[in-house]
Design a protein around this ligand. Structure first.
Ligand code: LEU
Length: 490
């Protein structure tokens, strides 16, 4: 109709606000992640923390797991306490503080404090920005899907520029200068969000849609207190047993990261609020969730395993270029940006003939497996000090991002469509938990990777690739069952 706001590429102007907020938030997150691994394990003389490399890799993964695990908290605070608008704002403030902490040379204290702030901050911000994108459109607005595509472009443009910018700062000065650029990015995001948001975001986002009742508040405070006491007891026991080590804490979080989605599934499957048809759809979602978890595990290994591979096993002086390992993190968003229009076109062209969601998932897993298999080729027959061409990493990322096209947007939309009515908000969190659980597993898996040792690397890529391929085959066998259980959703 005539009165519709079309201020941003034909979309509501509020989309510009959310696009820029997520652009800058992802800029800060992926910029920081691109150098964090190296900051942790580089020697103190090179400006690093001199941590053990295996521990550093494991921390990268568990950090990534926690960042998406906390989206459960963010969903709750927004739905029941503060509303999306304020929750996002305070999330952004915590994220900015997290990067500011890393801008100071205060060692491991700064590292863990920053991780805590950014985990909570991202949990508050990320799921609720996405939620608000959906809230810009009334039901049946045909612009909704393209609106989400534009938003995903914002995410990936921020992720694309960040590693280059933050790495340049870090090379020109030191790691802390790099982290301060991430803080500045989040600061710009907050300013845009504040000024633009006042004008263009809907009034409804200021209110919690399902505010907590007094009685629930009491119960909630009780539960939080129990959780806090439980954490204190666990920490106390570990300290007394002389077992309060980074490794043990990581193992506990790994178990939590995988246990949490299991708990959610049990809750949904046994809930009286879920109808028979809805329960069948939750069952159909389980194999898709496991496939997504495997996919995200390998996709997220890009910032750990492949980052180490870039640093230790790849020619960085190549064709006259002086590359540095963090720059390889640009390949993931780069391929997403160039593939997205092609896949949008493809799905429209195929229309009803396009594969079902579970079929797209197994194809995505096959691409994921191949992206690891190709890395074995240059390692074969490589001498002990030999290095591989960086083009192999370009190829590997070029292939796994085909998998991302087949799993990420498809999975997100399948999640919303398969969600039981009473659990629609929680199902959104489930999608983030697939990534979180994948990285929780990674926190253990990445310890097995020894960069610079071609034999080990071939084993790692080979075994991980074969496991993924087996999962793809199992999924193919499940497709007819999944389709039946989806009860009309496709
Ligand atoms: N790469 C994605 C992002 O940064 C990961 C997410 C879907 C879990 O938005």
């Amino acid at each position: 109709d005539e009165k519709k706001d079309r201020g941003f590429f034909g979309q509501p102007t509020g989309l510009r606000t959310l696009f820029l907020t997520e652009f800058w938030e992802r800029f800060s997150y992926y910029g920081m992640r691109a150098i964090l691994l190296f900051y942790m394990y580089y020697a103190v003389t090179k400006g690093g923390l001199g941590m053990d490399r295996t521990t550093a890799a494991s921390i990268m993964s568990i950090y990534g797991s926690l960042v998406y695990m906390s989206s459960v908290l963010g969903g709750f605070i927004s739905d029941r306490l503060l509303g999306a608008r304020r929750t996002v704002f305070w999330g952004g403030v915590l994220i900015m503080l997290g990067h500011i902490v890393l801008s100071f040379p205060i060692g491991e204290t700064g590292l863990f404090l920053s991780i805590g702030l950014i985990v909570i901050g991202t949990g508050l911000l990320k799921p609720n920005v996405s939620e608000m994108v959906g809230g810009l459109y009334s039901e049946g607005d045909p612009r909704r899907d393209s609106g989400f595509s534009i938003y995903v472009m914002g995410i990936n443009l921020g992720s694309l520029f960040a590693p280059q910018a933050v790495n340049s700062m870090s090379n020109a000065f030191n790691f802390h200068a790099g982290f301060s650029l991430a803080a500045i990015g989040m600061f710009i995001g907050l300013i845009v969000y504040w000024w633009d948001g006042r004008k263009y975001l809907p009034e409804s986002s200021l209110h919690a849609p399902d505010p907590i009742t007094d009685e629930e508040r009491g119960r909630f405070i009780k539960r939080v207190s129990i959780a806090v006491v439980a954490v204190i007891i666990i920490v106390a026991v570990l300290i007394f047993a002389h077992a309060f080590t980074i490794d043990n804490v990581i193992t506990i979080i790994s178990i939590l990261g995988i246990g949490l989605p299991v708990g959610y599934f049990i809750m949904m499957l046994t809930s009286k609020k879920v109808t028979k048809i809805e329960r069948s759809r939750v069952f159909a979602y389980i194999p898709l969730f496991i496939a997504a978890m495997i996919f995200w595990a390998i996709e997220e290994q890009g910032s750990v395993v492949l980052a180490l591979f870039a640093a230790e096993q790849t020619q960085l002086n190549f064709a006259g270029l002086h590359l540095s390992a963090p720059q390889f993190q640009m390949l993931n968003p780069f391929f997403i940006i160039i593939y997205t229009p092609f896949f949008a076109w493809l799905w429209i062209k195929l229309g009803k003939r396009q594969p079902s969601s579970p079929s797209k998932f197994w194809m995505g897993l096959v691409a994921t497996a191949i992206s690891y298999f190709v890395l074995i080729i240059p390692l074969m027959g490589l001498s002990a000090n030999g290095k591989v061409s960086p083009l192999w990493l370009v190829l590997s990322w070029g292939i796994i991002e085909i998998g991302e096209m087949l799993i990420s947007p498809v999975g997100l939309s399948a999640t919303t469509k398969l969600a039981p009515k009473a659990f629609s908000g929680q199902m959104m969190s489930m999608w983030f938990l697939a990534d979180s659980a994948g990285q929780a597993a990674n926190a253990q898996i990445v310890k097995l990777f020894v960069p610079g040792d071609p034999k080990n690397e071939m084993m790692f890529f080979g075994v991980t690739g074969i496991v993924t391929l087996v999962a793809a085959v199992l999924l193919i066998l499940c497709v007819p069952w999944i389709k039946k259980m989806m009860k009309g959703v496709n």
